[in-house]
Write a protein that binds this ligand. Sequence first.
Ligand code: 5GP
Ligand code: MN
Ligand code: MN
Length: 477
Amino acid sequence: MLAGIQQIDEVEWEVPVGYVPGMRVPGRFFLSDDLAETLEPDAVHQLANVACLPGIERYSLAMPDIHSGYGFPIGGVAAFDAESGVISPGGVGYDINCGVRLIATPLRADDITQPRALIEELFRTVPTGVGAESSLRLSHHDLAAMMTEGVRWAVEAGYGVENDISHCEESGRLDAADTAPVSKKAFQRGMPQAGTLGSGNHFLEIQEVDAVFDPETAEAFGLSPGQICFMVHCGSRGLGHQVCTDHLRVLESAHKRYGISIPDRQLACAPLSSPEGEAYFGAMAAAANYAWVNRQVITHQVRQVLQRMFGIAYEEMPLVYDVAHNVAKMEEHSSERGRRRFCVHRKGATRAFGPGLPEVPAAYRSVGQPVIIPGSMGSHSYVLHGTATAMERTFGSTCHGAGRVMSRTKAKKATPGSEVRKHLLEQGIVVRATSDAAIAEEAPEAYKESDKVVDVVRRAGLSLPVVRLRPLGVIKG
Ligand code: 5GP
Ligand code: MN
Ligand code: MN
């Protein structure tokens, strides 16, 4: 372990105040010994820097998928007091409300006799890749409504069913959304990209439930051994990116007006109660709602393909759940000063609310919310459930994936995409992407081992495994 880091527990580590000058609270991260070599000193430095921001509550936190990001580490969680705290785009990321969802089906693994044909049909139907164009014809008014209403807009436009709404975190809508601080350029970028998968790390995957750890909870989530599911990973495309870019520019100078000194330019921020902070919050929430619609429209496209190819009724393909993993939200949590409101930033981290909370949909309330953790195109993904421990220790948060260990550039040099593709096919995984270069950047070797990362959050009690998923086919942007 790095010098100056103290072990708190089997898988929990403390970055003490003083690790970098100006820390207001300690840092805490979760990692096992066998993942210790994946820890980047830069990411720990970023975690410590976040602890310098005004209004931060208790700890600057990071999950075992920690790696360095823009300002905040990816895998980072930080809660800022609603009255005295700040909001920072670096704590959300460029892809606002990037997230994952899982769609269940009545299909079993042996129903997928022609995985290639299914993947190709999905690839034709779901617009994929950098320049992919939306099949939606939207007016400016539609786009604004989408950003204000979130998933409900999509369901009312015919892209889903009522039940999809309650099976999204926040019911697929942040009510802080305000389109006024969303620039014309952001609108322009968002218009042709609504309902598209995007590129890079974003994916649509056919998966089989290949292990069940908690049969009772699996049943509550509608999951059983051998079942086929579809996982969607995407976010707010160019719209979210533009919102982040626009507001970073403003916040880079705004913090000085409020007497906030930041240890890193990338931690540009403003008080939650300032006009600049409110403007970013409103625009960020609007982009988050757009991302939820995006995943909803893709879900509709997947359901249509399955309807056509397998004759399955639309209602037989329920949305298990949808989680955001790049977002800042107002939430109530316990603190030494009692129950208080915080702006919780999760940047490459997933909400993991435990049992009994009103935020968890009724169908899952007795067990805790579903937590969806993707692995890589060649490794396991998981469904876990949130816990009371997460509520106590991490503001109800857990990891969001395996996390990168290799940069895109390095991964591209390591193994050619054609070889990665061949190797995956030998394991029975069909990959379809816009280019072999895209496959190389996303090789399973570029990520930590998902089994090990999930084991850390299990041991820490931040979320508990329900089922494991094995990839059969992957579409990469
Ligand atoms: P991020 O949003 O940080 O780019 O990615 C989230 C996580 O998705 C990554 O940490 C990685 O573990 C996982 N991931 C990336 N590509 C794939 C894929 O093709 N399939 C699956 N199942 N997971 C992936
Ligand atoms: Mn993303
Ligand atoms: Mn993501």
